[in-house]
Design a binder for this molecule. Sequence first.
Ligand code: RB5
Length: 174
Amino acid sequence: MSIKKVFIGNDHAGKDLKELIISYLKDNYSDIEVINLGTDSYESCDYPDYAKSVSLKVLENEDSIGVLICGTGIGMSIAANKIPGIRAALCYNSTAAKFARLHNNANVLCLGQRMIGIELAKDIIDTFIKTEFEKGRHLQRVNKIEYINKNDTQNINLKNLEEKSSEKSFKNLC
Ligand code: RB5
């Protein structure tokens, strides 16, 4: 797949890196459209909102990937991976980016502005854009991820789990 669109999202802690990455993509990938869905403010906001909006766009646009940036990249990756069909990979180096595409067919790249600098971010993005999914034995594994989403979790008593997890979060807050 040759990538035609990059949807980029960020919270307040990812704003600066987002701006640098947008300029880099515009200067170096003239055939790729870059769409900014992140905040352009330093005012504190919630990363799951951006993880969701970017992920939905990636699912709607076949030839696209997402780039999500927060302080660590961790929150964005946890949130994006809740959405069926999204395979978000948090990458702190270009080897991880290479295998995220080759083996996992990742469609969203997560980056942490507080973790890496722009030069490393450029390497990671270049690798992520240029590497194609290897398919073969990896295809059935990636398909099994979707199977977990669609089938396996239907047997879990989600309501029960939700109650347990909010009880736990409440206890942690006390
Ligand atoms: C915001 O302070 C920070 O928690 C957020 O950007 C991100 O790092 C979460 O994973």
